[in-house]
Design a protein around this ligand. Structure first.
Ligand code: ISL
Length: 531
């Protein structure tokens, strides 16, 4: 038996869009509690909640003003305790999002820091003059604060000032936050942009097309040191795990970050496979190539003994719209690969239903701070509204943030009020209630597949080998001792011929016999037993 977080699948909840219990149009913790039986029925074992802490909401909760309280729009600390308890009673663990590269400007630490109140004076990165760095959301990353009379660094929005990890008091304060939640019963953290914490210096960077200055803060030795310290001082006291969101990480860096002997993180989210439909950043699109996608996935499978596997989250467009043709068949094929690669699978709310990109009809319907910034900048650069619209359709983070589709009814059963972000019109067909009753639905495929994985040591623990990858299909082998599971996925809307040997156990199209032909977007699992 390996670590519990290697045995179970993780389900990411974006609380604003999951389930609204009080009709204010915004998801909340009581809503999540009401859906625990559904989550249990999926077969997942761990629930990761995007931030529910107190926050002004400039970046939908990734700008925290109090780490030790729940934002009133989501409920109370008591609701959170109830969620942890009720989840635990069902054998589900809760993992929090830990956003410690920056706080909100509304955080008391920042308010005191801008007034130079000890011990908060140096909690942030203050300078008389900005350097030449550029931020993640486009444009500069220094804002002048009138109260203090200095500029502060923010790699993200102006409302998200970066903390100063060269100040030991910051490290201690952050460790207290981790302790607070672990003692309350959470089972770990998804650590937001965790490889950016340590800034070597604030000197100018080499001018670059994007992220000038990043060589001074991405995965620096000081960051490894910090992570080791968090592990030693806090995490080791608990039965928990951490997964780091590590932007622009290389396989070598990821290996070091997740090496159990170094004691830093347990897993990381890498980004390379997310470039299968763009050049380096999503604002530079290119046609999706399954071959490029498979190549990157297999490279990372080979280079790391164990890692997080994901195709979707709250920052990425929907996988079925992006890597497939939007059809339920494509959704099933994509989920098949997600759940059969080696590693801990992370599934994002709605992915199990085949939810698609946002069907917005005007740019005004977009709420995301990143999208709004990028629109402003590209408009200034002369991009037409038509091209801007097309780009946002493809890449806006709001694509994955539309409300969860529970029923075919009004507002997809997400709220009785007006949802904060428009519900996708396709909820009439794509929703949990309808899919529940359809044996051929994406939802029921997800359940069947995860249930098979949960019972298969070969899939959970076995080695992985690529048998072959072609332009539009992939065949992999998982092996534990003498037992093998072969997974073949046709990633295209055309049938393909390929050699298949073994005893078919699951097929998206219900095929019971082998004819070495996969229908459009068909995926099959075959078992091979020792003779
Ligand atoms: O979302 C992105 C591209 O569209 C990424 O560049 C993203 O900003 C980066 O992966 C960091 O993401 C995380 O931190 C951000 C927050 O906005 C994201 O939601 C979060 O996942 C700042 O806290």
């Amino acid at each position: 038996m390996q670590n519990w977080w290697k045995e179970q699948a993780v389900y990411q909840i974006y609380p604003m869009s999951f389930c609204d219990s009080n009709g204010d149009g915004m998801g909340d913790i009581s809503g999540i509690i009401s859906k625990l039986p559904y989550l249990k029925s999926l077969g997942v074992g761990i629930l990761w909640l995007s931030p529910v802490y107190r926050s002004p909401g400039e970046d939908n909760g990734y700008d925290i003003s109090d780490y030790c309280d729940i934002d009133p729009k989501f409920g109370t600390l008591q609701d959170m305790d109830e969620l942890i308890q009720k989840a635990d009673a069902l054998g589900l663990r809760i993992v929090m999002d830990l956003v410690i590269n920056h706080t909100s400007t509304a955080h008391a630490w920042f308010q005191k820091s801008r007034r130079r109140e000890a011990p908060y004076t140096d909690f942030y990165l203050w300078r008389d003059k900005p350097n030449n760095w550029t931020g993640f959301f486009g444009g500069g990353c220094w804002t002048f604060d009138e109260v203090r009379g200095q500029y502060y660094l923010h790699l993200f929005s102006p409302g998200q000032p970066d903390l100063n990890y060269k100040n030991p008091a910051v490290i201690q304060a952050v460790e207290q936050v981790m302790d607070f939640w672990l003692a309350r019963g959470v089972s770990g953290f998804r650590c937001d942009v965790i490889n950016l914490l340590w800034k070597d210096s604030l000197k100018n960077g080499f001018p670059k097309f994007i992220l000038t200055g990043s060589e001074r803060y991405i995965t620096r030795p000081g960051c490894h040191g910090l992570l080791q310290r968090f592990r030693r001082e806090v995490l080791n006291k608990y039965d928990c795990f951490t997964v780091g969101e590590t932007v622009f990480v290389s396989p070598r860096q990821a290996r070091a970050l997740t090496d159990p002997n170094r004691g830093e993180l347990d897993m990381v989210f890498s980004f390379e496979h997310m470039n299968a439909d763009c050049f380096f950043i999503k604002w530079l699109p290119r046609r999706f190539s399954p071959r490029r996608f498979f190549k990157s996935l297999m490279k990372w499978q080979k280079k790391l003994p164990w890692n997080a596997v994901y195709f979707e989250n709250h920052d990425q467009p929907r996988s079925v719209s992006r890597f497939g043709d939007g059809s339920p068949a494509a959704a099933k094929a994509i989920l098949t690969l997600l759940l059969t690669l080696r590693g801990t699978p992370f599934v994002y709310q709605g992915e199990e239903l085949g939810m698609t990109n946002f069907d917005f009809s005007s740019l005004d319907q977009i709420q995301d701070v990143e999208s709004k910034n990028v629109c402003r900048i590209l408009k200034k650069l002369g991009l037409t509204d038509r091209r801007l619209f097309a780009l946002m359709k493809r890449a806006s983070r709001d694509n994955a943030r539309t409300p969860m589709q529970w029923t075919p009814g009004p507002q997809a059963g997400f709220t009785t009020g007006t949802p904060w972000l428009k519900v996708n019109d396709n909820h009439a067909a794509i929703n949990a209630e309808t899919e529940e009753g359809d044996p051929g639905s994406v939802l029921n495929w997800f359940r069947a597949l995860l249930s098979y994985r949960n019972g298969s040591d070969v899939l959970k623990q076995g080695r992985i080998r690529l048998i072959s990858r072609e332009k539009s299909w992939i065949k992999i082998e998982r092996r534990l001792g003498e037992r093998k599971v072969i997974v073949a996925v046709n990633w295209s809307p055309r049938p393909v011929r390929l050699p298949l040997v073994g005893h078919p156990v699951l097929s998206t199209h219900g095929t019971e016999t082998l004819d070495c032909r996969l229908l459009p977007y068909e995926a099959v699992l075959l078992e091979e037993m020792p003779l």
